[in-house]
Design a protein around this ligand. Sequence first.
Ligand code: F3S
Length: 75
Amino acid sequence: MADLEITVDVDECIGCGACVTEAPETFDMNDEDKAFVKEPPHDEQDMILAGAEACPTDSIKVVDKATGEVLYPLD
Ligand code: F3S
């Protein structure tokens, strides 16, 4: 798997938990019901991207660290 930089914008996160459902070894919820990224993430890249895509508020950004390519969100 590519080395990914995964970030959650906690100001945008509404705590719906869809990211955790899609990629439970990558995302988890904190005590304030906001998602955070587990280090290191253990899901396959497809699952991580599915988690990002499932977020209703587009709070998750995924970047390939090696190339700088933004894998999510796409334009
Ligand atoms: Fe938050 Fe979006 Fe996950 S609202 S809990 S980052 S699916």
